[in-house]
Write a protein that binds this ligand. Structure first.
Ligand code: DGJ
Length: 732
């Protein structure tokens, strides 16, 4: 049983990690430790840093300690802990609350969180869950903190639930999912920051005194900041050192903050952003936060990422596509934009089929009277001007070619010029007393209203029922503004941002249930909602609207900090590139796109026979290696500041590996350099695709020699390695 309870000390452990906390004399939960495995008989007093410094206010129950210097599990507001709280629960205008320990129970396995995405187990033996119940006598609220430790993963997951047992309404104006207090400040903070077409750039800074925070107020997790942060020891590298990663299984507004206080302690907070959140709890009502995941790595950033990758691949993604190689697709967006008709699509599809593509995806523009981005969102019926014989007819033609068919929707949005908006202007988010803002000429539907979710389910389901559609790209192209719902009273307006996301999840769940074999790909103007919450419903996400192979190197590099390679939508597009006008070699575009779902996004009918033959070779390469590329163990070989991004995937037995090393701008007389590999068997020998034989030891310790003297700008070295035999070590 990997949760030991001894005299109100709780020790969650597996073979490699321990997470320890205890109940204090006043019933507070004191955090003691998160790190490498400790013995079960460790004396908890050895781990406590609680003290009373200077002019601190003493704990009401222990005058030798201040709440401000204690490490705490789920800190309150208003009784002496001057750092940011994890929650505020108010009654009659008082936000002061003190939850104290009542009981703790351990169960095997991991319960689901109804209505919310979460990691799961398939066998109860995979994990144990500790539920700690606390109560506040004044608000008469109970608080349950739930912690799950996986037996075989360096992961602890958490969430909290509040229930109002009293007669008075309680208001939660903050209900975060995680607090982790650490006893020092010797950390480097890493976040994934960016913007449209430059998502998830690795950003590192030495932790500074004060609060450093990221978050989103856009109604979706955002391209600007991803719901993730990591704290690493300053000497940590991709391969070595201690790193703790924090990831939020949620797709809406979030806050992720790190507070380095005056007492050399660090507080990490992660949860729904409080700014647009206020949740009234009527008597007997409950509120449950989304899940947060903490990953501990003693082996650098790669160890952290590998922990997230295997957890999210194996126990967050669900259904038919879990651990399944993803179809190689052609998406018509960059090839045609809105300008297509049936003959043009059929010509594209025929060419796609000829080079070995498996899935044809029809993107934006197939519905209503949509010829540009100014109309028809919400009217999910065939655009007869473009497809006079109807969508089912097109699907029939394309599937007859031997291709699967995929379709684009943007369910959460409505165009002012649409039948849906004309019929239901009250289904749009907005304050009736104020004008509404347009984004990409569209409004946001109020998915907090069940009637809207019902309408969307019926509309999408009838399209999906009518034809054999095996893939859906679910787009979302504007952030939320005027977050106000005409359907609820003033007192509930603070619930709408969260209820909107719950509506998105409910719609996804119903569609998944009705169409269990469909592969969903989420998208939000590229990678504006690439988060673990989405992966629970849609196993892959469009990584970025920037398809330039050089820009993609840093986007995919950053995305890999948390998200599995199989989840990253990655396509080869035309040159000059649409977003950056840069011309990169076809081989480079393919080499980068191999490390993802792989597909094409260009007009195949404009390519020469020679180029098409090269594309067919690329498709064949991907088919031959996609399990390794998408599900192999992934190692970043370069640090973020390295001008040559490099990474490698290797299978479980280290029998096969594929490495990519990128050159951005060619230097004159570039000197030979070495790239050290990882994850290989040191005692084995490997044959590369160039026929060279290397020992694993030399590739790890010395590295592979890279000669980029005549390669030119934007080139890559893609190397496949196959183990050939166990090497006899002659020198032992
Ligand atoms: C934004 C997406 O990221 C693109 O791939 C494309 O689907 C467009 N929307 C269509 O409007």
């Amino acid at each position: 049983m990997p949760i030991a309870i001894h005299e109100q000390t709780f020790h969650l452990y597996n073979d490699t990690i321990s997470y320890i906390m205890r109940v204090t004399p006043g019933g507070d939960l004191e955090h003691l430790y998160f790190g490498p495995r400790l013995p079960l008989n460790v004396d908890p007093t050895h781990l406590s840093v609680g003290a009373l410094y200077g002019n601190q206010v003493a704990d009401q129950f222990d005058p030798t300690v201040s709440l401000e210097s204690r490490l705490r599990e789920y800190p309150n507001f208003g009784t002496g802990d001057m750092r940011a709280p994890a929650y505020t629960a108010s009654v009659d205008g008082s936000a002061i609350s003190t939850f104290s320990f009542v009981d703790a129970t351990v169960t095997t396995g991991k319960p689901a969180i109804p209505g919310l995405p979460a990691t799961y187990v398939e066998e109860a033996a995979e994990a144990d869950t500790l539920s700690i119940e606390l109560t506040d006598d004044v608000t008469q609220c109970s608080l349950t903190l739930q912690y799950t430790i996986y037996a075989q993963r360096n992961v602890v997951t958490r969430h909290a639930s509040f229930t109002n047992h009293g007669p008075a309404p309680v208001t939660l104006s903050r209900a975060l999912s995680l607090c982790l207090d650490l006893p020092d400040q010797d950390y480097v903070l890493t976040t994934l920051m960016g913007g449209w077409a430059r998502e998830r750039q690795v950003t590192t800074r030495k932790l500074q005194l004060g609060t450093q925070a990221i978050g989103s107020q856009r109604g979706h997790s955002s391209a600007q900041a991803n719901p993730f942060l990591a704290l690493a020891r300053p000497n940590a590298t991709q391969q070595t050192g201690e790193v703790i990663g924090f990831s939020f299984v949620y797709s809406g507004n979030f806050t992720a903050s790190v507070e380095a206080d005056a007492y050399d302690h660090t507080r990490v907070l992660l949860g729904i952003a409080p700014e647009q959140f206020s949740w009234p709890l009527a008597p007997k009502q409950a509120f449950t936060t989304p899940e947060a995941v903490m990953a501990y790595s003693p082996t650098g950033y790669n160890g952290m990422s590998q922990t997230f990758h295997s957890l999210y691949n194996e126990r967050l993604v669900r259904g038919a596509w879990r651990m399944q190689p993803r179809p190689i697709l052609l998406n018509n967006w960059e090839g045609t934009y809105f300008d297509f008709d049936e003959p043009k699509l059929l010509a594209l599809a025929a060419q796609a089929q000829a080079i070995g593509v498996e899935l044809f995806v029809l993107d934006d523009g197939w519905f209503g009277h949509r010829d540009n981005d100014r109309s028809s969102l919400g009217d999910w019926v065939t655009n007869r001007a473009k497809l006079p014989a109807g969508l089912p007819h097109l699907v029939e033609q394309i599937t007859a070619l031997g291709l699967k068919f995929g379709l684009w929707f943007e369910p959460e949005m409505v165009s002012p010029d649409s039948d849906l908006y004309r019929a239901h202007p009250d289904w749009v988010l907005g304050d009736p007393n104020r004008p509404r803002s347009l984004g990409r000429h569209q409004y946001v539907l109020d998915l907090s209203q069940p009637a809207v979710v019902d309408y969307l389910f019926t509309a999408l389901d009838s399209v999906l029922q009518a034809s054999p559609i095996s893939y859906v790209k679910w787009d979302m192209n504007r952030s939320l503004t005027e977050v106000f719902s005409a359907a609820v009273p003033a007192s509930e307006q603070g619930t709408i941002a969260h209820r909107f996301i719950l509506g998105v999840y409910a719609l996804y769940e119903r569609l998944r249930h009705a169409h269990p074999d469909i592969l969903f790909e989420s998208c939000a103007s590229g990678g504006g909602r690439f988060d673990p919450g989405m992966l629970y419903y849609a196993p892959q996400a469009w990584t970025s609207d920037d398809t330039d192979a050089i820009a993609r190197q840093s986007i995919q590099y950053g995305t890999s900090y948390v998200y599995p390679i199989a989840s990253m939508g990655s396509h080869v597009s035309a040159v000059p590139n649409e977003q950056l006008h840069r011309t990169t070699p076809l081989a480079t575009r393919a080499a980068v796109a191999y490390f993802g779902t792989f597909g094409y996004e260009l007009d195949l009918t404009k390519l020469t026979a020679a180029t098409l033959a090269t594309l067919a070779e690329q498709v064949a390469f991907m088919k031959a290696h996609r399990e390794l590329l998408q599900f192999g163990r992934f190692y970043r070989l370069s640090e973020p500041e390295d001008p040559h991004p490099a990474w490698l995937v290797v299978d479980d037995n280290a029998d096969h590996a594929i490495m990519l090393d990128c050159t951005q701008l060619q230097q004159p007389d570039a000197t030979l350099r070495f790239r050290r590999l990882a994850g290989l068997t040191p005692t084995a020998q490997y044959r590369s695709d160039t026929g060279e034989i290397y020992s694993g030891a030399e590739l790890i310790a010395a590295g592979i020699r890279i000669d980029e003297r005549r390669r030119g700008d934007f080139s890559t070295m893609l190397l496949t390695l196959d183990k050939i035999a166990i090497q006899e070590d002659e020198h032992d």
